[in-house]
Design a protein around this ligand. Structure first.
Ligand code: ADP
Length: 612
């Protein structure tokens, strides 16, 4: 028999498969089952359009069989089958898959990614088999053909006997090695597991004869061997069933098993999109972040299915970082068949889906905030931080979508408030949204400036997360109201009259302040008198864009140690300490033989001090 040669590209792919070090070789079964399912689809479709083809959908079936003695695994279908020419052109060449660029695959790593994420079709059988035989009879054909190959040195095609239309793919498994136990693919439990994992939602039954030891009915210690013809796949995915028919419990079970959570999800989101991109999404918001959520190991992503066949475990492009906590899956018929080979061209499709998914999550969260406040607050306690990072990231590109999802604790009550609610209840004459940052809510509440703002009747947002101030800086304003740090932007916190008297006091005591400033050194950028601090003698404020809170955060980051806020020591001019400062100044002047300018004022301060 003449051995025919594979086309160059096919040969390369085949070589890559045979020598693959890929650790998830198991995906070969998914690939063969998908092909079988496609063949059933094609035949069924023909029966709808061609009166001479009579096949009932319910008769189409895929069958697995393992023979431990012969070391073979077969995948059988009664789909459309292949003619001799089709066997040769479909299996002898992958010319049609030209977009599978071999330039990319020179790097071992990328091979691995391509195999893992998208599979490489029929040739993946060579990852586990040393010899592959395909016997096929095309619908409408008189004869059947047998294609056989043991790898790169070529393949043969010869006539064979096969009564029914369809295809039988037989894999002669490679011998086991230290690292690889190919014989696992002869074990029923393993095949059942693989079908469940990758092909559970194939629309045709995947059947196998399963022999098991089972407890004999009516006894509790006698076993019997039972052989039954079992359907391994559940066929209808939960996300394809009408939403009204799926119970909360079913979703919860599905979620827990699939995403290894011990708790039910906080929220289930279903989406069916038929606009630009056609897809179905089933999404879950967990109750708690997974243990590794805030670590480098955490990988975001949704499962990606093409008409019920899993093609990617964690498609990260489907989720923006700020929604990385969402688990779930997307199923799109648009991605079928071609995505494996033309993934790059389909990038646009994937992006369209990602946009749709993102919009859906945003609108669902907004709805939850409006209608289920308590659930939303539970969500926010778990994942609010991620939303704030989202506001800050990419120079605030997503702030419009996210700003209404933010919650803050404020000086008013120990309850979460949205920016919208804050603005709606702003005090009369208040033009800014005030905030203060610190380690804890308790510490912030004790800040003199916070007390001042609160005394004015202003509500103050309490910021305790590192990212908070940076996020607000990105937002800049909400509903036309700028954000103002009570420790930096004190402008709106005093009357014109107060401002005037503070100004005069500072001008009058310029030298004293310089004296204090000099004695502190560079630690303070400036020293000045202020008013309205109540009982507090002093406070620190800052000038410029960087607040003290931000300085701390920046300096905690690796490699960043130069951040310096411009601090201002403000001394309460109405506090006794101010008088003492003046006395100290006079003292210094006297020692240096410099005339004390406002001697009367100093004398009075001394007296008052003595009298206390
Ligand atoms: P893909 O399925 O992505 O097109 P494959 O390498 O898996 O690529 O298969 C190549 C072609 O071989 C398929 O497109 C199909 O036409 C044909 N084929 C493979 N398996 C079968 C089968 N079981 N029945 C009919 N045709 C098949």
């Amino acid at each position: 028999m003449v051995k025919k040669q594979f086309k160059t590209e096919s040969k390369k792919l085949l070589e890559m498969m045979i020598n693959s070090i890929y650790t998830h070789k198991e995906i070969f079964l998914r690939e063969l089952i998908s092909n079988a399912s496609d063949a059933c689809d094609k035949l069924h479709y023909r029966s709808l359009t061609d009166a001479s083809v009579s096949v009932k959908r319910e008769d189409l079936v895929i069958r697995l069989a393992a023979d431990k003695e012969k070391r073979t695994l077969t995948v059988v279908d009664n789909g459309c089958g292949m003619t001799r020419e089709e066997l040769e052109s479909n299996l002898g060449t992958i010319a049609k898959s030209g977009s599978f660029t071999f330039k990319q695959t020179e790097e071992k790593r990328e091979d691995v990614d391509i195999i893992g994420q998208f599979g490489v079709g029929f040739y993946s059988a060579f990852m586990v088999a040393e010899r592959v035989v395909v016997e096929s009879r095309a619908q409408g054909a008189e004869e059947a053909w047998r294609w056989e190959s043991a790898g790169v040195d070529g393949y043969t095609v010869e006539p064979c006997d096969k009564a029914e239309v369809g295809t039988v793919v037989t894999l002669y498994l490679k011998p086991d090695t230290e690292e690889e136990k190919y014989s696992e693919y002869l074990e029923s439990y393993r095949l059942i597991e693989l079908v469940k994992k990758y092909s559970d939602y194939i629309r045709y039954p995947i059947k196998m004869e399963v022999t098991e030891q089972r407890l004999k009915e009516g006894t509790d210690d006698t076993y019997e061997t039972v052989t039954e013809d079992r359907t391994l796949n559940s066929m209808t995915p939960i996300w394809k069933r009408p939403a009204s028919e799926v119970t909360e419990e079913e979703y919860a079970t599905f979620y827990r098993e699939k995403f290894f959570d011990f708790e039910a999800p906080l929220k289930v989101i279903r989406q069916k999109s038929e606009g630009g991109a056609t897809y179905e999404a089933l999404l879950f918001i967990p109750k708690h972040p997974p243990y590794d959520y805030y670590s480098r190991d955490f990988e975001k992503g949704l499962e990606l299915y093409s008409s019920g066949v899993l093609i990617m475990d964690k498609c990260k492009d489907l989720l923006p970082d700020y929604f990385s906590f969402v688990r779930g899956l997307v199923d799109s018929a648009d991605l079928s068949l071609n995505i494996s080979r033309e993934m790059l061209q389909h990038d646009r499709q994937l992006r369209a889906i990602a946009k749709g998914v993102e919009r859906k999550i945003t609108s669902e969260l907004k709805k939850m905030l409006e209608n289920e406040r308590e659930t939303y607050e539970e969500f926010y306690r778990a994942f609010g931080l991620q939303l704030k990072y989202g506001v800050y990231e990419e120079y605030g590109a997503h702030k419009d979508a996210l700003q209404d999802l933010l919650l803050f604790v404020t000086s008013k009550e120990k309850k979460y408030v949205t920016l919208k609610e804050y603005v709606a209840r702003m005090a009369e004459g208040q033009t800014k949204i005030y905030f203060a940052s610190g380690e804890t809510v308790e510490k912030i509440a004790l800040l003199p400036q916070v007390e001042t703002a609160v005394a004015h009747g202003y509500e103050v947002l309490y910021l305790t997360d590192d990212v908070d101030e940076f996020a607000l800086q990105m937002l800049r304003e909400y509903d036309g109201k700028p954000f103002a740090n009570v420790c930096t932007d004190t402008e709106g916190l005093s009357t014109d009259e107060d401002k005037e008297s503070v100004k005069t006091e500072n001008e009058k005591n310029e030298e004293i302040l310089k004296f204090v400033k000099d004695s502190i050194g560079d630690a303070a950028h400036a020293v000045r008198f202020t008013k309205g601090l109540g009982d507090h003698p002093v406070c620190l404020t800052t000038e410029g864009a960087l607040s003290l809170g931000m300085e701390k955060v920046l300096n905690r980051m690796p490699g960043e140690h130069g951040a310096k806020a411009q601090t201002v020591l403000e001394i309460n001019m109405d506090h006794p300490i101010a008088g003492k400062t003046k006395i100290l100044w006079a003292q210094a002047c006297l020692i240096s033989g410099v005339a004390v300018e406002n001697a009367a004022e100093v004398a009075e301060a001394v007296c008052r001090h003595l009298a206390e």
